[in-house]
Design a protein around this ligand. Structure first.
Ligand SMILES: [Zn+2]
Ligand SMILES: [Zn+2]
Length: 223
């Protein structure tokens, strides 16, 4: 039997590693995806759903941390096949819909190359334009199939980056506002607003969540 694609993080929370990026599945009866990987994550997600004993039609909500192609890559698939609701911040929604473009910068000279490559490869990696169903602002508490999840606007990596905080479970989905290098938190290396990224990184790490789940790297567990 093939290895399982899902890694259990906590009750009802699973991690799926799609190449270099993480996405998370919440099994709350119906399924919520926190980010959706690259376009090529479609098959692994279908496998993950099967591992949970779910159907594609069970995917009911997509909480997107930001507009980058490695996070919204399969969103259009679930929106089309299961009418999943797409949630994204007001400042990133026009980028996902391709009504607006953004420039990304490296935080160090060596990262300028990474930022430039992202610009070059993005058109090849992205799916179709994605319309957001529920625009997020930050500060709201979502009722996610009975789970209260706080939306924390964490701008910098992108202007509309958000983290999602399931406070009662102590779980923080940080997107790319915090990276997890071998279980240690690190600030993002590519940004749309460098100063905001530093502030957001501090704000999120100061929450001292029991488990911080980053977009890249491994989970950061409170020591
Ligand atoms: Zn990103
Ligand atoms: Zn990313």
């Amino acid at each position: 039997m093939a290895a399982e694609v899902l890694q259990r993080i906590a009750d009802q929370v699973y991690r799926l590693e799609d190449r270099f990026v993480n996405l998370y599945l919440l099994d709350l009866g119906k399924v919520v995806l926190v980010d959706t990987g690259t376009r090529r994550a479609e098959e692994p997600i279908r496998r993950g759903l099967r591992e949970l004993g779910k159907e594609v039609q069970d995917v009911s909500m997509l909480l997107l941390t930001h507009h980058h192609v490695d996070h919204i890559g399969t969103a259009a698939v679930w929106k089309r096949e299961s009418r999943a609701q797409v949630d994204l911040h007001a400042l990133d929604a026009p980028v996902a819909a391709r009504r607006e473009r953004r420039r990304t910068h490296g935080t160090r000279p060596s990262m300028m190359v990474v930022a430039a490559l992202m610009g070059v490869f993005t058109p090849f990696m992205r799916g179709p334009p994605l319309e957001t169903d529920r625009i997020l602002q930050g500060g709201e508490v979502l009722d996610v199939l009975g789970w209260p999840i706080e939306v924390i606007h964490a701008p910098g990596h992108t202007l509309g980056s958000c983290a999602f905080y399931a406070r009662s479970a102590g779980i923080l989905f940080a997107g790319d506002a915090v990276n997890g290098r071998q279980g240690k938190p690190e600030p993002p290396i590519v940004v749309e607003d460098r100063h905001a990224a530093v502030d957001s990184y501090r704000k999120l790490t100061a929450l001292n969540a029991a488990i911080l789940l980053p977009g890249h790297g491994s989970p950061v567990r409170r020591a």
